[in-house]
Write a protein that binds this ligand. Structure first.
Ligand SMILES: *Cc1c(COP(=O)(O)O)cnc(C)c1O
Length: 397
């Protein structure tokens, strides 16, 4: 294959979006798609939210970038808002999810090493996790397909089965710095951790002075029906990575921490040229204003329940195709009895419905959080038509 101007690392499909209209995407050829993929759980407010667009436009006209050499009234405002809304006392802004997880890993190591515990550098992570594509974040995942060609990996990660508290306990040792876990696995197949597991990790961390890190890059920012998914479990992390939805489509991530957890992150310990730039801060503020507004979360919960019960009813019509529905809020997974990728391709190419494939034969149903009942109706119509016309062997994945 000849090299292409875009490095050919993605298996891109034939849909070439050039415009977004609320919860729909319009392709270069004029075709209109219902978007229940949301740029992989990013476009929380859909594609043409006036508040978000206005905030970005106003900020772009005023000031886009100055670096972190100067005081940041914009950054202070958004950080303050996140501190008010979460467990955290302090925030480091990044441009992506992987960078937010990187900062979380560094914060956990520095927590111990700043106190003279140089041996405590190892994080216990969980099978089929996804934490990003940098060297540290691929090293944090047990998925060989992301490691191939990139050895040696970064040291200091130990993999345990997801939701296996006994396994996590058994993996602990003198080098353990903490745990890194997605409360609801996204790429792994929309799998929510059990209460016992998350609460058990919290108890182990408390007992042994370890850092509990939640990667909420996908499940955070109202997606699960809570502002952050940890609220479902009644425990808080020490450190948390957030990204994807938080910019509503503008590249933005953040690493949040308690004062105690951040004790190693002093002057000069970390940095980013673009991180926290005024434009990203304006986008983040606009998104938070909406999702933390009156009734927004309750509305996500109600819509999630309606969509879920429709899906649960529907899959009974195709017992040979579907296995189950799982997830929380508007982070739903439809588990198939066969590979999900060809079904996602079929829905996209033959029914103009966009979803995302994930691990464990799962179709991710992750619409913008601003969908209404008409979008749910349209989704169910396209999905039913797609299931009725599906012939697995006829679809190239
Ligand atoms: C997407 C994702 C990341 C990586 O985010 P990028 O912005 O692609 O770097 C990390 N963790 C989880 C859980 C994700 O879903």
């Amino acid at each position: 294959m000849p090299i292409t101007p875009l490095m050919p690392v993605y298996p891109r499909c034939g849909v070439r979006p050039v415009r977004g209209e609320h919860c729909h995407l319009i392709s270069e050829d004029g075709a209109r798609y219902l978007d229940f993929a949301s740029g992989i759980a990013v476009n929380l407010l859909g594609h043409s939210h006036a508040g978000l667009i206005g905030a970005i436009q106003r900020q772009a006209e005023t000031l886009m970038h100055v670096s972190n050499l100067y005081g940041s009234p914009q950054g202070e405002r958004l950080a303050q808002r996140l501190v008010e809304l979460t467990f955290a006392d302090t925030v480091f802004f990044t441009n992506s999810g992987a960078e937010a997880v990187e900062c979380a890993i560094k914060t956990a190591r520095a927590y111990h090493q700043s106190a003279g515990n140089d041996r405590k550098y190892e994080l216990i992570t969980f099978a089929n996790a996804f934490h990003g594509r940098t060297m540290a974040t691929i090293s944090a995942s047990n998925q060989d397909k992301m490691h191939k060609g990139f050895h040696p990996l970064l040291q200091g990660f130990k993999y345990v089965e997801f939701d296996d508290l006994d396994g996590a306990r058994a993996a602990m040792g003198p080098n353990t710095a903490g745990f890194l876990v997605e409360p609801i696995q996204g790429e792994g197949g929309i799998r929510a951790a059990s209460d016992e597991f998350i609460r058990g990790l919290r108890a182990l961390a408390d007992e042994h002075d370890l850092m509990l890190i939640f990667d909420e890059v996908q499940c955070g920012v109202a997606r699960s029906g809570k502002l952050y998914a940890y609220e479902h479990y009644g425990v808080a992390p020490d450190i948390m990575a957030t990204a994807k939805g938080i910019g509503g489509g503008f590249p933005l991530g953040a690493c949040l921490a308690t004062e105690k957890a951040a004790r190693g992150m002093g002057l000069g310990s970390h940095g980013s040229t673009y991180g926290g730039n005024p434009l990203a801060m304006a986008a983040g503020e606009a998104v938070l204003e909406v999702v933390a507004g009156d009734g927004f979360l309750a509305d996500v919960v109600a819509k999630g329940e309606r969509l879920r019960s429709r899906l649960e009813q529907f899959i009974g019509n195709y017992p040979e195709l579907f296995e189950l529905v799982r997830g929380k809020g508007l982070m739903l997974g439809l588990k198939l009895k066969s590979e999900s990728r060809p079904f996602v391709a079929h829905l996209r190419d033959n029914h103009r419905l966009l979803t995302v494939a994930a691990g464990d034969n799962t179709v991710r149903v992750i619409p913008p959080l601003v969908i209404d009942d008409a979008h749910i109706d349209e989704f169910m119509e396209k999905l039913s038509a797609g299931a009725a016309s599906y012939q697995p062997e006829a679809v190239p994945a």
